[in-house]
Design a protein. Structure first.
Length: 72
């Protein structure tokens, strides 16, 4: 899973899978779910993220995975 915040557009993309999306559905104002060819959820796009998500804090619980912070 990857989280990518784009400051210039104030959007947050949560990439849940390596699969590409073939369909997108807006479920509320500025929140779009992306699905692969099999109908599985592969990503979440959040516009105006700084107004909808607490971007200054990230908590992980119960996950045993490597955490990488990339410059950007």
């Amino acid at each position: 899973m990857k989280l990518a915040y784009h400051k210039d557009t104030d959007s947050l993309y949560i990439d849940l899978s390596e699969q590409g999306s073939v369909e997108s559905r807006e479920i509320s104002d500025g929140v779009v779910l992306d699905y692969d060819a099999g109908g599985e959820l592969v990503g979440i796009d959040i516009d105006n993220a700084s107004r909808k998500v607490q971007l200054d804090q990230l908590e992980l619980s119960g996950l045993r995975s490597e955490i990488k912070q990339l410059a950007g």
